[in-house]
Design a protein around this ligand. Structure first.
Ligand code: 5GP
Ligand code: MN
Length: 335
């Protein structure tokens, strides 16, 4: 993978471009993809955003999202576009299998592939150019840097600003996590200069759920949370029946794991949700406990030091039992 700066000259030659991101794109993945989409279109490129799967309804207000192709629903059309494109941007993931069924079409595409991402341990050999920087708050911050560092700060528009702000806001926990640097605040200041309406973005993302989601959270906190004080750890497990009872959709469980870290003294929060095809784990920590390493070692996952995910093919009870066993290795680290 060559440094991304070497790609900048190609920005001036309009090309066929595909932008993609990890499956079940969150605010950062979708915000980065659409921010880059608006930017590349402003330079005259022919751009298609393809998401590996569907996404949460609370992202549907984003400018450009109606044009995003859901790979799972339009496989043949999406495969055809991927096989004829000249450039593919891969955003907010660094290992092709995080695009689920798109892994093979992406691997087969013999075009220029560009990585912009902030997760640990990138699969560098899969990309022609790229930047991988785990110190960055979000992929949206990196797309902003890409626009500015390539000499196009003057092209920033309100649509780009609102898409990029979404990912910085969601990935920094509304500007509270340690990666919220002075550069992040400078970026937000320049997005404000372009016309960013930040209050509207917060309302779209955080104040836009249905009643059932709030009642589900109450139910889960009362019935599905265990606090393991000897490990300064809180655990929550959600059954398939819970999801059905409260009619829980993609995106409704986002943020649930963060409640665990609001308990005084808790350093490690772990949430497992029984999805149809697998048990999906989310891990969050405060301080030095590295959940990326934990997720890689025990739950086929990865991510960042303080926020990571994983999975299990065991049934829910078995994977919870497994978690309670492996956590014993970390009692000293978690003191
Ligand atoms: P979440 O718990 O919100 O699904 O994921 C937390 C963070 O870990 C996100 O940055 C996400 O991209 C990353 N992540 C989640 N699952 C996986 C996984 O299976 N592998 C890797 N490498 N990263 C993951
Ligand atoms: Mn991200």
């Amino acid at each position: 993978m060559q440094p991304i700066e070497l790609f900048y000259p190609q920005l001036d030659s309009p090309a066929k471009v595909v932008i993609t991101m990890h499956q079940k794109p969150d605010g950062d993945a979708m915000g980065a993809a659409l921010g880059l989409y608006h930017f590349l279109r402003s330079l005259g490129h022919e751009v298609t955003v393809i998401s590996p799967t569907n996404w949460a309804d609370f992202l549907d207000w984003m400018p450009g999202i109606k044009q995003v192709i859901d790979f799972e629903h339009h496989r043949e059309k999406a495969k055809n576009i991927i096989s004829h494109t000249e450039i593919i941007f891969c955003l907010d993931f660094n290992i092709l299998h995080r695009t689920k069924h798109m892994e093979q079409p992406l691997t087969d595409a013999a075009c220029t592939k560009i990585l912009i991402d902030h997760h640990e341990q990138p699969q560098e050999s899969a990309f022609s150019y790229g930047i991988s920087d785990t110190s960055k708050s979000s992929t949206c911050e990196m797309v902003y840097d890409f626009i500015v560092n390539s000499g196009h700060a003057g092209s920033l528009s309100i649509d780009m600003a609102e898409c990029l702000y979404t990912g910085v806001m969601t990935d920094t926990g509304s500007f509270r996590f340690p990666a919220t640097t002075a550069s992040v605040h400078r970026m937000v200041a320049s997005l404000k200069d372009v016309g960013l309406r930040h209050t509207i973005v917060h309302e779209h993302i955080y104040d836009n759920f249905l009643e059932n989601r709030l009642r589900f959270i109450g139910y889960a906190l009362v019935n599905r949370m265990e606090v393991l004080y000897e490990y300064n750890t809180a655990l929550m497990y959600i059954t398939r029946a819970d999801l059905q009872k409260y009619n829980i959709k993609t995106g409704d469980t986002e943020g649930l794991v963060n409640y665990l870290l609001t308990i005084q003294g808790i350093k490690f929060g772990a949430l497992v949700i029984d999805r149809d095809e697998e048990r999906k784990w989310s891990f969050r920590s405060k301080g030095t406990f590295d959940v990326n390493t934990f997720a890689r070692k025990h739950f086929e996952g990865g991510g960042h030091a303080n926020a990571a995910g994983g999975r299990s093919s065991e049934v829910l009870e078995a994977t919870v039992k497994h978690f309670k066993q492996v956590i014993q290795e970390y009692q000293i680290q978690l003191q």
